[in-house]
Design a protein around this ligand. Structure first.
Ligand SMILES: Nc1ncnc2c1ncn2[C@@H]1O[C@H](COP(=O)(O)OP(=O)(O)OP(=O)(O)O)[C@@H](O)[C@H]1O
Length: 293
């Protein structure tokens, strides 16, 4: 179990995170927040790349900063900008990283072969990576993070730049991997974590706002989400009053999904909240009038 206990992080006078408390067991966790909320900072602390200004991070009760090599042996990390060598093949690259990690040659060869199969890159094992798609590169990234068969796998914005098919493949891979390890991935894209994360961790105002299942998080706004059709000319006043979640044109009218805490009127249809609705509600920019914020 990975435990984050009262962790804070300051950069000079600026406080990026305050009193973070979290516990992780095996499964996929989606760290979800807008850019700049502190996701990368938190992930860097978990990977020991940044030292917290206060608090502790424990793995099975041991301080990860004191575990040194022993912690790095159980940690896999895919940073936001992962540096690979275009002129290398995935096999060459992974063997090279394995050598840096001090994995014995014979063991490394076996593992690289297995990992390339796991991330479905067997057919391009010896092809130079310069012609690879974003999704293929991300899968090489996952494979390098998995070289030491880590108990904790940290992925910083791993789905940026993937096309929808690659996203699906990527999700399936993570679900598979999370059976026997802690997988924490950060993103500001709700749909990336919606179908794979067992729990969502939301950061707001430097702290943890929620750590819960999607189902429970959605309960926060249950009974507050509606859809209705309005005339385009009424749209701006409507949107000043109610927070719009999505809009589309339908038969000359605007179909709008929105949040209201007021008693509904007969033309509103109550709908089930989604994680995307919660995200928009939580991180709304405060441009509404009245009590609906
Ligand atoms: N080395 C640093 N020095 C000063 N401020 C920093 C430093 N690193 C991060 N910050 C600030 O801390 C806050 C959190 O940054 P962080 O990169 O963790 O956010 P994020 O949620 O990961 O966003 P993104 O996805 O854009 O990286 C931001 O306001 C950022 O400007």
């Amino acid at each position: 179990m990975l435990t984050i206990y009262n962790v804070s992080k300051n950069f000079g006078d600026f406080s990026a995170l305050e009193n973070i408390n979290l516990e992780f067991t095996n499964g996929v966790y989606g760290l979800l927040a807008p850019n700049g909320a502190g996701k990368t900072t938190l992930m860097k602390i978990i990977t020991t790349l940044l030292y917290p200004s206060g608090g502790e991070v424990l793995y099975d009760g041991q301080d990860i900063f004191k575990m040194g090599e022993n912690y790095r042996d159980i940690l896999g990390y895919l940073p936001q900008e992962f540096g690979y060598y275009k002129n290398y093949s995935p096999k060459q690259y992974l063997l090279y990283i394995a050598a840096i990690k001090g994995i014995e040659d014979k063991v490394a060869k076996e593992r690289v072969k297995k990992l390339l199969r796991l991330v479905a890159l067997e057919d391009v094992t010896n092809k130079k990576m310069k012609k690879f798609s974003g999704g293929m590169i991300q899968r090489v990234g996952i494979a390098q993070a998995m070289l030491n068969n880590p108990k904790i796998l940290i992925l910083d914005e791993p789905t940026a730049g993937l096309d929808p098919r690659e996203r699906v493949r990527f999700r399936n891979l993570l679900t598979d991997l999370s059976r026997e390890r802690i997988v924490i991935l950060s993103t500001h894209i709700v749909s990336d974590v919606e179908s794979i994360a067992n729990e969502i961790v939301m950061i707001k105002d430097k702290g943890i706002l929620y750590k819960d299942s999607i189902k429970n998080i959605c309960k926060i706004i249950e009974g507050m989400i509606y859809e209705t059709e309005i005339d385009f000319q009424d749209a701006s006043s409507f949107k000043r009053r109610y927070q719009s979640l999505s809009e589309k044109q339908e038969e000359g009218k605007m179909k709008i999904r929105f949040i209201s805490k007021e008693a509904p009127i007969s033309t509103w249809r109550s709908v089930s909240p989604s994680l995307e609705d919660v995200f928009l509600y939580i991180y709304n920019d405060g441009t509404l009038e009245g009590d609906n914020v």
